[in-house]
Write a protein that binds this ligand. Structure first.
Ligand code: 9D3
Length: 256
């Protein structure tokens, strides 16, 4: 997959992407990523990328011409991109379903917003506008990283364990069950400074794989019911999970 990111802060994109799973995918060439510095597409001596808004008011607006020139350079380099995504607080909400869809595309361009946003005329070349959630950030760089990270996981060969991608929380529609690793017992100081022994649930060390599977299902369901009941509406549950959920709901009614 080919991805171009246009930003006035290239380091904000390059540094985090150099590490971890995405960094390895870039090294291997599974992900062909270029980060373009918007200032390289200015023509004035001071490399100015922003200007005051017409009509007055606070803040600055990203000038349109450097962005059009950056998009022209991308088209010359890679062919005209079919998908140009603008990160913006006015965008549609980015979701896991969107990540899956974008991962199926050959080439995407991400434009990172800054200041009060883009000159409206840039939307001429933009095919979609995405927000990552209802909170105010200082720019589109972190959203672009969030989008790329979520999308890249679905690009074949990026994540080693394809199974972990498929089984993931938002793909399955449930929160994950609790996880433990060795040692089976640890002695720790609790909140009040008292020593206590914390043990791994016995079922996990029992070797009974049918019981383990059922325990994990129940834990995933009870966590989801407790913390994210909204997810249960869309979750696709098997027969056993439906039954466990009825039991858990019954138990929570009896507690009330
Ligand atoms: C104080 C500025 N606000 C005035 C009404 C508007 C505003 C402009 C630009 C608010 C935030 C930003 C910068 N944010 C993004 O570019 C952004 C973003 C976000 O802030 N939250 C969630 N998703 C995104 S995607 C891009």
């Amino acid at each position: 997959m080919t991805v171009d990111i246009v930003t006035i802060f290239p380091a904000m994109i390059e540094q985090p992407l150099a590490a971890g799973i995405i960094g390895r995918a870039i090294e291997r060439g599974t992900l062909d990523l270029k980060v373009l510095d918007l200032r390289d597409f200015t023509t004035d001596r001071h490399r100015v990328v922003d200007d005051v808004p017409y009509g007055g008011g606070p803040g600055m607006v990203l000038k349109p011409d450097p962005i059009f020139r950056a998009l022209d350079a991308i088209a010359a380099d890679r062919g005209t991109p079919l998908t140009v995504i603008m990160t913006s607080p006015q965008g549609r909400r980015f979701t896991q379903a969107e990540a899956v869809r974008l991962a199926g595309l050959e080439h995407i361009v991400l434009l990172c917003g800054r200041y009060e946003g883009f000159d409206e005329r840039v939307r001429e070349r933009v095919t979609e506008e995405l927000s990552i959630g209802d909170y105010v950030l200082t720019g589109g760089e972190l959203p672009a990283l969030v989008v790329l990270d979520a999308v890249a996981r679905f690009v074949p060969g990026v994540v080693g364990d394809e199974q972990s991608v498929a089984q993931d929380t938002f793909s399955r529609g449930l929160l994950n069950h609790p996880q433990y690793t060795r040692p089976a017992e640890i002695e720790v100081r609790g909140a009040r400074g008292v020593l206590e022994v914390l043990r791994v649930p016995e079922v996990l060390t029992s070797g009974n794989h049918a019981e383990i599977r059922r325990w994990r299902k129940r834990e995933a369901l009870s966590r989801t019911l407790e913390r994210r009941p909204d997810l249960l509406d869309a979750a696709s549950l098997d027969e056993e999970e439906e039954q466990l959920l009825r039991e858990l709901k019954g138990a929570s009614h009896e507690r009330d």
